[in-house]
Ligand binder design. Sequence first.
Ligand code: UT7
Length: 347
Amino acid sequence: MSDPSKHANLSRPLPAIPGRGVVILGSGSAVPSGELTNDELADIVQTSDEWIFQRTGIRKRRICDHAKGESNLTLCTESLRGALAQSNLKASDLDLIICGTITQDFRCPSTACLVAANLGAGTAAAWDLGAACCGFVYSLNVAHDLIRIGTHRRIGVIGCDTISAITDYTNRGVCILFGDAAGAVVLSATDDTTKGCIAQVNKANGTGWHDLYMPTWIENIPENSDWNTVRIGCLQMNGKAVFKFAVSTFQELISETLAKADLPVEAIDMFVCHQSNARILEAAREKFGIPTEKLYVNIDRIGNSSAGSVPLCFDELNKAGKIKPGMKVLFLAFGAGVTWTSSLWQF
Ligand code: UT7
C-alpha cells in the first residue's frame, strides 16, 4: 500500500488545463402543453390557491399530456434540438449527450441514448445521470470537466423531469409542488481559457434519503411512515424536513462557491437557481442582499420541475437576451438524495 501522505493534497482545486476553455454555445427548453392551476388542484385535494401560493409561490404547473404523445423523452429531445439549433450544430457534431433525469420513459436504455437516436447523433456516447433536482447541474459540471481535460470537444447536457408521472394526486403535501419541464445546453471547447466553470461544489448526504424518495418495493418504505399516504411508485416527501435542509444548504452552497472562486456576492451577474419553493429562494436573496433582477424566478407559472428547472430558467434568460459575454452566472440546485451542487461560469 502506498503512503497517502506522499500524494497530492486532494482538497486543493485542480489547476485548469492550459489552452482550453469551455463555452455554452446555445440553449433550448421544452414545457408540455398541459397546465394544472391551483384552483384545479383544489378540486382534487383539500387545498386552496391562497395556501399554495403563500407557501410556495406557485400559481400553476405544466403537466405532460400523454394522449398528445408528450413524455420525458419528447421534452428531452425537443430541448436539445433547440440548443443545437441555437448553436448552429447538428447532433452528429456532439461527442456525448448527458441527460440529468429520474423520470425516464424507459428504465433501459437511457434517455440520452434515445435522444441521440431521435436527433441523429450517430455514435456519440450517451448516458443518464440520476440526481433528482441536481441532475442538470451535476451533469453540467461533469460535461465541463470532460471538455476541460481534453477527452471531449462538444457535449449536449439535458435536465428534465416529468414528476407528474410519479405524483400521487391525492397527496396534497406533494402534488401542489411539482410539474414537468426540460432544458438543455450545448457545451464546446474554446481556445479562450478565461471561459468556463471557475468554481463548482458537488455534494450529497445519503443519510437523508427518506425525506424525499420514491419506493419501488414495499420494503423500501421506512417503518415509521404514514401508511395512509405512502404509495408505491409515487414520490414521498417530508416537506418540513426538506424545507429546513434546503434553506440552510442553499445559503451555505452560495457561500462555499463564492469562497472557492474568491469573489464577493456582488460579482455574480445572474443566479440561475433550482425552483424548489419561492420562499427558499427569497430567504437566500434577502440574506445575501441579491437584487431581484439577478435571481430569476419562474416557479409561479412552471412549478418545481426538478432537474428541468435550472436549464429552463437559463434558456428563458438566454432567449430574453439577459445572458451576455463577460457575465458571471451561478447555477445552483439541491434536492433528493439529499444532494446539492453549484457551477459558477465565466461567460
Ligand atoms: O425540489 C425538491 C426539494 N423540495 C422542496 O424544496 C420542498 C420543500 N418543502 C416545502 O416546500 C414545504 O414543506 C411544502 C410547501 C411542501 C409544505 O409547506 P409547509 O409549510 O412545510 O406545510 P406542512 O407540511 O408543515 O403542513 C402545515 C399544515 C398541516 O396541517 P396541520 O397539521 O398544521 O393541521 C398540513 O396538513 O398544512 C397542511 N397542508 C396543507 N393545507 C392545505 C399540507 N399540505 C397542504 C395543502 N393545502 N396542499
